[in-house]
Design a binder for this molecule. Structure first.
Ligand SMILES: Cc1ncc(COP(=O)(O)O)c(C=O)c1O
Length: 463
């Protein structure tokens, strides 16, 4: 009997590449199919995210029916997931970080620093815990932190916002994004995004039932194709989602681009949701907040978080700033997503945001040195490196090395070279658009960056 699930394990299925090989089929007596994980003593629940990348693969501990002869047998039950999420796979970052561990590869994939956040912020968190600031926070944020967010926004943009009515504290920028989409987008609303885009945008827009209109930013400069934007935006557009500095390309939206987007949004009565989590990692030009452009504050939700600026990505402290009429929707969604965010961490985050200018200057200086090591190294290895103005990412063209696409290249890079990069095709509605590009991060200590470059110089050969 042909196996109805066999197609789910093709090595070519997206990033099932090295995962699929861990799974083999075994037929049981009554003709039902059983997956086997050979030589594994670990419980299947250790792999839920990788398993979830295979449509139809079982994921729960309940599915592990027996452990016999050193192998775990799992009944193939169809995964259950609502339609709004059925097209999404395990995030690429989780998959790549797990593969990095498996192959002992240097992880220049997922954007988390391999160094710690500043002592003064960690001390503030410890103090807050010791001071008993440990119960539920006010839903929209600890007052001191809302104040600190408003003060920082004023310092950065010149805009004066009411911390009580216009700042909502969220669990990372990820929740700010979700709360904004779910709180302000109706099913069927058109939302314009610029590809490549951070992966949570598509998933949360899907949860909100939005109709996504994607505009691709292309190398070498990833400039906004203004004519295309003009032809897509209309009275049917509910919102435009921008991200500057931009993950994965490092592009920063210029004042000219933002001004044209702004005037078309005003003309068509469109909202702007702007993700500015890398605003303090702006190297080649000054960061410009869309909200600060004339006429834009009243139609903009500005989203940000502590993670990148303070090398504390695990804290997941974020916020959304918007005028009261938009904050209402964001807060309604936030109330029922998480209700409130970690109390002691908000107290510490308030201390962080009030850091002296010298902290931010030093952060930039450190990152500029790291960026130089990686960019020079990537050039020396033989990549075509695209200019990155902000973020801690740089995108390269991998085609000099002769691989069919970004996934094949990244697989080779992990297994044969021992370095992890992120294939960018997952950041596009049309994956073909990203098949020549991969992303490296330089949020690692200098020695790690140098070792990764050395590995690539030694083992990566141009074809
Ligand atoms: C563009 C962008 N937005 C949002 C996030 C998520 O931020 P947070 O960790 O604060 O949820 C990331 C994290 O990598 C990101 O790159």
């Amino acid at each position: 009997m042909s196996n109805p699930l066999a197609h789910t394990l093709k090595p070519s299925s997206l990033l099932g590449f090295s995962i699929s090989k861990q799974l083999q089929f075994k037929r049981s007596i009554n003709n039902s199919t059983v997956y086997t994980r050979s030589n594994s003593r670990r419980r299947i629940s250790h792999y839920p995210s990788l398993m979830a990348s295979l449509p139809g693969a079982p994921t729960t501990e309940k599915d592990a029916v027996s452990i016999q002869n050193g192998s775990t047998q799992i009944e193939p039950r169809p995964l259950q997931v609502a339609k709004r999420l059925e097209n999404f796979k395990t995030t690429i970052f989780t998959q790549m970080s797990m593969l990095a561990i498996k192959h002992g590869a240097i992880n220049l994939g997922q954007g988390f620093p391999n160094f710690d956040g500043p002592e003064f912020v960690k001390e503030a968190a410890i103090q807050a815990i010791k001071d008993g600031k440990n119960q539920y926070a006010r839903g929209y944020g600890v007052a001191e932190f809302n104040d600190a967010v408003a003060a920082r926004f004023r310092k950065d943009t010149g805009l004066v916002v009411d911390p009580e009515k216009e700042v909502t504290v969220t669990t990372g920028c990820t929740e700010a994004i979700a709360a904004t989409m779910l709180g302000l987008i109706n099913p069927g609303d058109e939302v314009i995004v610029f590809a490549p885009f951070y992966d949570s945008y598509q998933a949360t827009l899907s949860m909100a039932g939005a109709k996504i209109r994607s505009i691709t930013l292309r190398p070498p400069d990833f400039a906004v194709p203004i004519d295309q934007f003009r032809s897509i935006i209309s009275k049917n557009t509910r919102a435009v989602l921008i991200n500057t500095p931009h993950n994965p390309t490092g592009k920063m939206f210029s004042r000219e681009e933002l001004s044209i987007i702004a005037s078309l949004c005003i003309e068509n009565d469109v909202l702007v949701f702007t993700d500015e989590v890398y605003d303090k990692l702006a190297f080649e030009m000054d960061h410009i907040s869309m909200a600060s452009l004339p006429g834009m504050y009243e139609r903009t939700v500005t989203m940000n978080s502590l993670g990148k600026t303070f090398s504390l990505t695990g804290w997941k402290i974020g916020w959304a700033i918007a005028p009261p009429h938009l904050t209402w929707g964001v807060r309604q969604a936030h109330s029922f997503l998480t209700f409130a965010t970690s109390t002691p961490m908000q107290w510490a985050a308030a201390v962080a945001l009030r850091a002296p200018d010298s902290y931010f200057e030093e952060l930039k200086r450190d990152y500029l040195a790291k960026k130089a090591i990686l960019v020079e190294g990537l050039h020396a290895v033989g990549f075509k490196v695209f200019p990155s103005s902000g973020t801690y990412f740089v995108v390269v063209d991998h085609t000099p090395f002769g691989f069919e696409n970004d996934i094949a290249f990244c697989e080779h890079l992990i297994k044969e070279v021992g370095v992890v990069a992120i294939p960018t095709s997952v950041f596009y509605l049309n994956p073909e658009d990203g098949k020549n590009l991969v992303r490296f991060t330089f949020c690692k200590d200098e020695e790690t960056l140098r070792s990764a470059v050395e590995r690539m110089k030694e083992k990566l050969k141009r074809k």
